[in-house]
Design a binder for this molecule. Structure first.
Ligand code: G3I
Length: 331
């Protein structure tokens, strides 16, 4: 039996190491979480629709449990997420008579949500994903179509950052997105962050979600994205990392365990990714996995129904995989 190092201790001179959790995994994966991670993110429970399902009716029970768990185990907290097109209830955009709200009303609702949520935990979350996934995946378009954009206009993004900064002036405020290494989307993300900085909007970082797989994206594109974003003088966090053992739309749903070949490739990829992260330790301040270990991941059953996945460095029992040994062998 090899002595198993704690991930966050191995990386103590580089960046904090996080995991996304929910109320269930806080209990089921408690040991693994406490041993390996020193930062936590709520996978779902701090999204708008879950924190404020009806106007003025805030449901903080699960978020409070997360904060209590982090307090008890001396862990840091990342906030996810304040303004997003997804997991936000319809009431936010709708008047009592069913018509669509106007710009002023929606801005007010945005401000109330941000100030209430961030105010409650003021000083406790070191960073927040203020705006999530606002950039389009379509190269012909800049911003993703959404009710936020429709009703408020392009400055919904700047407004969200301003409200967030008022609510907790010490929190590092992030713009967070996926496909962040795709060269075309990268340039749109860069353009957004640059335009916010030019307007003195309080943005402090870019979150690279890092939903990657064992084939894509390539390392050069990831490096180029890190370089490009860092050139703005912003800090970077790897916010939702997983390395799927399948290409996105691979239809094979018959595997009950990953193949040896998948695990080897995954280990090689994790090794390369973490070498790169270490190289950019001056700008990368956190690396968070979008789950605690292979027992639970949003990628099982998605996007291919019935297809399980094993995207992390710890297996379904929370034990080290080849990938784990690669990323902890840093001498
Ligand atoms: O809780 C309900 C349950 O009551 C219901 O029976 C069940 C039936 O569908 O759904 C459950 O809710 C699901 C929820 O996850 C909790 O498991 C939702 O349907 C499902 O859509 C939701 O998926 C989440 C997804 O965001 C929503 O877009 C994933 O867990 C979560 O990992 C994922 O996280 C996102 C980040 O926030 C942003 N970046 C991408 C990332 C991956 O998609």
């Amino acid at each position: 039996q090899k002595n198993i190092p704690a991930l966050h201790e191995v990386y103590k001179d580089y960046f904090s190491i996080g995991a996304a959790v929910n109320t269930y995994t806080l209990t089921s994966e408690e040991k693994s979480l406490i041993k390996h991670f020193n930062s936590l993110t709520a996978e779902n429970e701090m999204k708008f629709g879950l924190l404020q399902p009806q106007e003025g009716n805030f449901t903080f029970d699960n978020a409070d449990k997360l904060v209590a768990f982090a307090d008890a185990n001396e862990m840091k907290l990342r906030g996810h997420t304040l303004v997003w097109h997804n997991q936000t209830s319809d009431w936010v955009f709708t008047n009592k008579d069913g018509s669509q709200v106007d710009r002023e009303t929606l801005l007010k609702r945005m401000e109330t949500h941000i100030s209430t949520v961030m105010g409650r935990y003021k000083g406790r979350f070191y960073s927040w994903d203020v705006v999530n996934e606002a950039i389009s995946d379509d190269n012909a378009e800049y911003l993703r179509p959404s009710k936020w954009l429709d009703i408020i206009g392009e400055d919904f993004i700047a407004k969200a950052f301003e409200f967030a900064h008022q609510a907790d002036p010490n929190a590092a405020l992030f713009y967070n997105d996926y496909n962040e290494s795709n060269p075309e989307k990268r340039e749109r993300i860069y353009r957004l962050a640059k335009s916010l900085l030019e307007k003195d909007v309080p943005i402090h970082g870019i979150g690279l979600q890092a939903h990657w797989n064992i084939f894509e994206p390539n390392l050069d594109d990831i490096r180029a994205a890190i370089e490009r974003y860092a050139s703005l003088g912003l800090q970077l966090q790897i916010t939702e990392m997983d390395v799927s053992v399948f290409k996105w739309d691979d239809q094979r749903a018959d595997l009950t365990a990953p193949t040896e070949e998948m695990l080897e490739l995954q280990a090689t990829r994790y090794d390369q990714f973490f070498q790169l992260f270490r190289e950019y330790r001056d700008v990368i301040t956190n690396v968070t996995f979008w789950g605690a270990n292979d027992r639970y991941t949003w990628l099982s059953n998605f996007p291919v129904v019935g297809r399980k996945n094993w995207p992390f460095v710890l297996d379904e029992k929370g034990e080290p995989k080849n990938s784990f040994w690669k990323i902890t062998d840093i001498k």
